[in-house]
Design a protein around this ligand. Structure first.
Ligand SMILES: O=C(O)CCC(=O)C(=O)O
Ligand SMILES: [Fe+2]
Length: 510
């Protein structure tokens, strides 16, 4: 039952008897901060229920909500940027006095934040007022703006999350992401829409860019942009075409206030430190990528034009690779190029112009394959925490199957001190085709990377086809790697039995 969510390992950390006693004395309410984490079970904080059973929007409700705003709010001069997906700009949504109230209230409370998935060393960041958010929420002026949003979207007040205020100085940005962090199986459900208001206008740059619809909302004082986070045709899926980014501020300072809106009451479970919701959000971490298949299916089922959410690749690249340096952009660019090469990009066509089903099907299959390979490449890159950007480029090319381009890229990488031999990278990643290609190009079958042979890598990662290829090419099965033992030992340790068998047949001892 999605209305009740039970947390795993939820217990009375402070001890059952003690917790029950405190709970019976009303401490769960009196001393919630301590009790709801230390005596979660006795305070019934392990089971979170949905206090309000009515979803803010049903199927078709997203479109109806936006159309109603366009009709009923001429005072905000609504400008429809896009209907698929829904993106709507509203002028003078916050008054200059309200805007100033946000800025002034946060003025002593700015804290550095990092972009999603980006480590300290990566510069791009903004300043947020998050740790001051509870005080902010209580301000009459903030309540007033929230009520306006509640009325505008016809969403109950408790469904509105706490407001998120962010300041961007020159050079700062909010990199590509999707706002859908919710899950359908939590009490608060998914995020239906986001409203971003600009309370301080930069002199240049800093707009909110929606790449998939090729549109930037300039950050004008008082202006707001409202966009859908759920698919109108299937409100249990995110609207993947609203990936967006807060573009780099070129001159001046920008302050943006985000209001994320939920399907159900967010405030109650959140005030109760609803552990289950947090848990689901933490492990759930369903990324936009995880919905791609279902999203494309749902578009097809709803008779919508076949459009691929390309900026999802930026998002995915950033949140998964721990070292968000140039290689992510490079990987994304490569992915896009590969898609272009396969004619996957020019998809924004009217239904009548659309290719026939068969062609569309194969286009889609190719895209998914390209994206899947990209994903494989990224996880492979992640598997080498110390891998340098140069290798990532090569790895991405390998994964994309661009063997011709991969070779020079990998050779370049190898020139860098401590470079990994291309054959070792390909062997680790299990790219049998690339291994064949490299061997044909004269790669040394024993060339080591970090003291380990290509066959050792293939064995370690259980790449049986690659291992077979290397053995056929003359790799010595019993070569001892520096500090790593033999390929057979590696395969055994990792329980890659098919590789173990292959190596034994090839004469490996042990
Ligand atoms: O600052 C912006 O333009 C966008 C902010 C945003 O995307 C967010 O807060 O989720
Ligand atoms: Fe956002």
């Amino acid at each position: 039952d999605p209305r009740t969510y039970v947390a795993d390992n939820c217990e009375d950390r402070a001890g059952g008897d003690q917790c029950r006693a405190w709970a019976s004395e009303g401490e769960c309410e009196e001393n919630a901060g301590f009790m709801l984490t230390e005596c979660a079970a006795s305070c019934s904080a392990c089971t979170c229920s949905r206090p309000n059973q009515t979803a803010a929007v049903e199927v078709g409700g997203i479109g109806r909500m936006f159309e109603r705003i366009v009709q009923n709010y001429p005072q905000f001069a609504p400008h429809v940027v896009s209907r698929d997906p829904w993106v709507l700009v509203l002028e003078n949504f916050v008054s200059p006095a309200e805007a100033e109230a946000f800025n002034a209230e946060c003025s002593d409370h700015w804290q550095t934040t990092m972009n999603p998935g980006q480590p300290e060393k990566c510069q791009p960041k903004s300043l947020s007022c998050d740790h001051h958010v509870d005080v902010l929420e209580q301000l009459p002026v903030v309540q007033q703006v929230k009520r306006r949003i509640s009325g505008l979207t016809m969403t109950p007040m408790p469904n509105l999350e706490k407001m998120h205020v962010q300041r961007y100085e020159v050079g700062m940005e909010f990199t590509a992401h999707h706002d859908q962090v919710g899950r359908i199986d939590t009490p608060e459900g998914m995020r239906t829409a986001t409203l971003v208001m600009y309370t301080l206008e930069p002199e240049e740059g800093g707009g909110t860019t929606f790449k998939d619809i090729n549109y930037t909302v300039e950050a004008r004082l008082g202006r707001a942009v409202l966009f859908a986070n759920l698919m109108d045709a299937n409100v249990s899926l995110p609207e993947l075409l609203t990936h967006h980014e807060g573009s780099v501020v070129q001159r001046g300072t920008k302050v943006a206030v985000s209001q994320w809106i939920r399907q159900y009451d967010w405030r109650t479970p959140n005030n109760r430190f609803c552990r289950a919701s947090k848990e689901a959000a933490a492990q759930g971490a369903l990324r936009s990528f995880d919905y791609l298949n279902d999203y494309l299916e749902a578009r097809r089922a709803a008779g919508l034009p076949h459009i691929v959410p390309l900026s999802l690749a930026d998002d995915y690249g950033r949140v998964t690779t721990k070292e968000a340096t140039g290689h992510v952009e490079r990987g994304t660019a490569l992915l896009e190029r590969a898609m272009l090469r396969e004619s996957i990009l020019p998809l924004r066509r009217s239904p009548s112009q659309q290719a026939d089903d068969e062609e569309e099907e194969s286009t889609r299959a190719m895209l998914l394959e390209a994206l899947a390979s990209f994903r494989v490449a990224l996880s492979a890159i992640e598997a080498f925490p110390k891998v340098k950007p140069q290798y990532s480029e090569g790895a991405a090319l390998l994964a994309l199957g661009d063997h011709e381009a991969a070779l020079p890229a990998l050779r370049r990488a190898q020139e860098v001190e401590g470079g990994l031999a291309p054959l070792c990278i390909a062997a680790s990643l299990g790219h049998e085709l690339v291994v064949r290609f490299l061997l044909r190009e004269g790669a040394d079958v024993e060339e080591r990377a970090r003291g380990l042979t290509p066959l050792f890598y293939a064995s370690l990662y259980g790449r049986v086809d690659v291992a077979r290829r290397l053995v056929v090419a003359g790799a010595q099965v019993d070569r001892v790697s520096e500090g790593g033992g033999t390929p057979l030992q590696a395969a055994k340790a990792q329980k890659h039995w098919a590789v173990v068998q292959l190596l034994r047949i090839a004469g490996a001892l042990g």
